[in-house]
Every structure is written in structure tokens, then in C-alpha cells.
Design a protein around this ligand. Structure first.
Ligand SMILES: O=C(O)C1=C[C@@H](OP(=O)(O)O)[C@@H](O)[C@H](O)C1
Ligand SMILES: C=C(OP(=O)(O)O)C(=O)O
Length: 447
């Protein structure tokens, strides 16, 4: 996808559209890791094809995995036992790659260096690297990317404590590779807070679905037994967090958006959008058609602890800047270590458009003001780009400095966004033709 500057399209009318979002990044990268250590070949259908999952596929190939991803059904064949790894693994800016792959690499003979984008070098890694050393891995003394690791097939594993307050991904990373450790793992989180619990639940569920014995004797302790991971053919759910900007479009334009294939049950934190957007004034309904959000004309301020779903923060913060009243988003101090320092980025960019925003130790306070156009910097962060796009629907003249960053999890974002607006235009034209007497009010009907 082409990168560069992007003029955020204004919604001339209410947004009315049906949208299909690509597969979940979190589920795809877990499915790839588990398929790579499974007891036989397996398939992944509907896996997300984006930069983060391309980097994961390439990383697993460097560990000897064969991945045939020429069609929508990817075929994954685990490495031969005598594979030796070498060279450098590029993690890009992907938290799931820089965290999930090293524990696995620690069980593969050979030496490998992990590196990534410039911004990735400041993402937190030290608690994971320390935990890996504690369970017997051989690492250099770096505390972040780049670092070099030498693997061994008999990595001991066993009991280990970790402070995962800066990222739940350390926990998921160790649990995913644990069936390969000689003694499995007995992992205890000892830090002050633990974000993204749904993502840890997703890890546990996906291990159990493949026959791995995962016990949780206490709230923040996980015991994984060593042993085989059953090969399983899976289909990936749509990425619910990536549905957020489309649903937000309906909320802020008093329109209606349906996201197809919304799962009735899921471990994705994006499921929280139903309650969060309802609290902000939307009408949300799950039917066989998918999840439909209808804007009611009221965008209420939000008081929310987003610790469980912190990746939703940028889009929610954008909606908060358009709400009636002051919003308080808490539980998200750790997102200073996401793709960029998201609290600083949101404070700066919303302020740049006229909102009054203040950062706190664990969140943001957002006072809406009359917003004006300007440049919205994305900081290489796909979700900052989505947030800017939502604001651009209702604020004139917003230009994003780089839309290319959406390729991290949704390379087709600009096309899907344009298509959403084109559907809205078509719907409006049809509606006006069919109900000339109703004028704009008929926009309450489904597209
Ligand atoms: O395990 C995962 O797939 C993820 C966990 C979360 O990370 P943090 O716990 O670092 O927020 C989330 O924000 C990220 O987008 C994906
Ligand atoms: C925090 C995110 O990504 P990552 O997996 O790189 O941590 C995100 O997608 O919002």
C-alpha cells in the first residue's frame, strides 16, 4: 500500500455502510506460533495478511517452519528437529513478534539476533529477557532490541516471576512456548498491574484448544505442562479492534454501520466496544448479520478503565474529543510503550486540533472544544492513523502525515474507509430517490 500524506475524507452525510474487517492480528500471530510448534502440519484460514503477520511468518521461517501462504488457507509445517537458526529476525514494530518469538527461538539450536524499526528499540523488553535468562536461555546483556540469543532444545523452563505491568505480551510469549520447555513453566506475575487480561485469556484458550495442559492456580499465576501441541486447522475471527474506527464513524455521524461476522463469543478485547460505544450513546445490536451500531445523535463523554482493552484507546480518545462533556480514560499508563508513546501522541495531536487534553500517570482527560483542521501526526502508529480518520469525518481539513502505517494491521484501511463513504453516498442517493418526502430523516433506516 502507498504511504505518505493522506487527506482525511469528510463525511458529507451520515455514514451508512456494511464492512468486513480482516482477520485478528492477535489471533493470527498466536495461531502461527502454535502451528509452528505443533505435532504436525495444519492450516490457518482467514489469517490477517498485514505487516505484523508477515513479520511473524518470516520470523517463524527463520526458525525452520514452512509456511505456504499463497492462498487464503495457509499451510504451516513445523521445523525439522535438526534445523539450525541464524541471522537476524526483523520484528518491525510488532509487539507480538518481538515478544512471542524469542522464547520459541530459545528452544532452537543456533544463534539469532532480533532487531526492528527504530521506534521498536524503545519498546519495553527487559522483563521478558530477564525471565528468559531465569529459565535457562542464553542471551546477551541488552535490555531491548537489538539483542542476540542462542537457543538449545533442552531449555529447562520451570518456575519464574515476571513484572508484566508494561505488557501482557511477556506472559503470552512465555506461555505460548512453554510446552517446548523441558519442565514447562510456572509463571507468576508480581508487578503492580497487569494489562490486557483478555489477550492472556486468548493465549490460554488457544493453548488448551490444542490439548496443552494450562492450570491457573492463582489469579496471576499460570502453570503449563511440557508436551505436544496438537496440530489444528483453524479459522481466524475478524479483528474487532480494527472494527473500532468504522463503528466510531457511525457514532460520530449519527449513521449506521454493520460489521459482518462479529463473533458471539470471543476473547478479543474489541468485544468491549459494544459496552463502550453504548455508554457513549450508540445503539448497538448483534444479529446474524453482524454487529450494527447506530448513532443516536448524542455522543456522551466516557469514563472508562481501558486496562483490559488499551489498544482501543486512540480511536476512543478521538471520539471523546467529539463528545459532550469531559472524558476520563484510565488504566492505560503502559501504552506509553506501544507503537509510540500513545498518551503523549494523543495529547499533542488532539491539542493541535483545538481540544484540551491532559495526561496523567495512568491515562488521559479529554475536554472537547470546537475542533479545527490541521496536520495529524501518526508516529508510525496504525491506531493513531485510525483516530485521525475518525476526526476527519466531521472536522474539515485534517491531513494525516502518513497513512502507510496502517499496513501494520490493515493495509487496506484507506480503501475500506473510502468504500464505507462511497456506500454512504449510494445509500443516501437511493434513499432520497425512494423517499423524497422524508428528506434526511429517513436516514434512520438500514442501509
Ligand atoms: O497479545 C496481544 O496480541 C496483544 C496484547 C496487548 O499488548 P499490551 O499488553 O502490551 O497492551 C495489546 O495492546 C496488543 O495490541 C496485542
Ligand atoms: C499495541 C499494539 O500492537 P503490538 O502488538 O505491536 O503491541 C496495537 O496493535 O495497538
Amino acid at each position: 500500500m502507498a504511504g505518505g500524506e493522506w487527506f482525511a475524507p469528510r463525511a458529507e452525510e451520515r455514514v451508512h455502510a456494511r464492512v468486513r474487517v480482516p482477520g485478528s492480528k492477535s489471533e493470527t500471530n498466536r495461531a502461527l506460533v502454535l502451528a509452528a510448534i505443533a505435532d504436525g502440519p495444519s492450516t490457518i484460514t482467514g489469517g490477517l495478511d498485514a505487516r505484523d503477520t508477515q513479520l511473524m511468518r518470516d520470523a517463524l521461517r527463520a526458525l525452520g517452519t514452512t509456511i505456504d501462504d499463497g492462498t487464503d488457507v495457509w499451510r504451516v509445517t513445523p521445523a525439522a528437529d535438526d534445523h539450525r537458526m541464524g541471522g537476524t529476525i526483523d520484528c518491525g514494530l510488532a509487539g507480538t513478534v518481538m515478544r512471542f518469538v524469542p522464547p520459541l527461538a530459545a528452544t532452537v539450536p543456533g544463534t539469532v539476533t532480533f532487531d526492528g524499526d527504530e521506534a521498536a528499540r524503545s519498546r519495553p523488553m527487559l522483563p521478558l529477557l530477564d525471565a528468559l535468562t531465569d529459565i535457562g536461555a542464553d542471551l546477551d546483556d541488552s535490555d531491548a532490541l537489538p539483542f542476540t540469543l542462542t537457543g538449545r532444545p533442552d531449555l529447562p523452563g520451570g518456575p519464574v516471576n515476571i513484572d508484566a505491568s508494561t505488557s501482557s505480551q511477556y506472559v503470552s510469549a512465555l506461555l505460548l512456548a512453554a510446552p517446548r520447555f523441558a519442565r514447562g513453566i510456572d509463571l507468576r506475575h508480581v508487578g503492580p498491574t497487569l494489562p490486557s487480561l483478555p489477550h492472556i485469556a486468548m493465549t490460554v484458550a488457544m493453548l488448551r484448544e490444542r490439548g496443552v495442559d494450562v492450570d491457573q492456580p492463582e489469579e496471576h499465576r499460570w502453570v503449563v505442562a511440557p508436551g505436544p501441541v496438537q496440530a489444528r486447522d483453524v479459522t481466524i475471527e475478524p479483528d474487532l479492534s480494527n472494527a473500532a474506527p468504522f463503528l466510531a464513524a457511525a457514532l460520530v455521524t449519527e449513521g449506521r454501520v454493520t460489521v459482518h461476522d462479529w463473533p458471539a463469543e470471543t476473547d478479543q478485547p474489541g468485544a468491549m466496544l459494544v459496552d463502550l460505544f453504548s455508554a457513549m450513546g450508540a445503539r448497538v445490536e448483534l444479529t446474524e448479520d453482524g454487529l450494527t451500531l447506530t448513532g443516536t445523535g448524542h455522543v456522551r463523554a466516557l469514563e472508562a478503565d481501558l486496562s483490559a482493552a488499551s489498544e482501543l484507546t486512540p480511536v476512543l480518545a478521538a471520539v471523546c474529543a467529539l463528545a459532550h462533556g469531559t472524558s476520563h480514560l484510565t488504566g492505560i499508563g503502559h501504552i506509553r510503550g506501544h507503537e509510540t508513546d500513545r498518551l503523549a501522541a494523543l495529547e499533542a495531536e488532539l491539542h493541535g486540533l483545538g481540544a484540551a487534553v491532559s495526561q496523567h500517570e495512568d491515562g488521559l482527560t479529554i475536554h472537547p472544544r470546537l475542533l479545527h483542521g490541521g496536520t495529524w501526526r501518526t508516529y508510525a502508529d496504525h491506531r493513531m492513523a485510525q483516530a485521525g480518520a475518525v476526526l476527519g469525518l466531521v472536522v474539515d481539513d485534517i491531513t494525516l502525515d502518513d497513512i502507510g502505517c496502517t499496513s501494520k494491521t490493515m493495509p487496506q484501511f484507506p480503501e475500506l474507509w473510502d468504500d464505507m463513504l462511497a456506500q454512504s453516498d449510494r445509500w443516501l442517493a437511493r434513499d432520497v430517490a425512494e423517499h423524497p418526502e422524508d428528506g434526511d430523516e429517513a436516514a434512520q433506516d438500514a442501509p
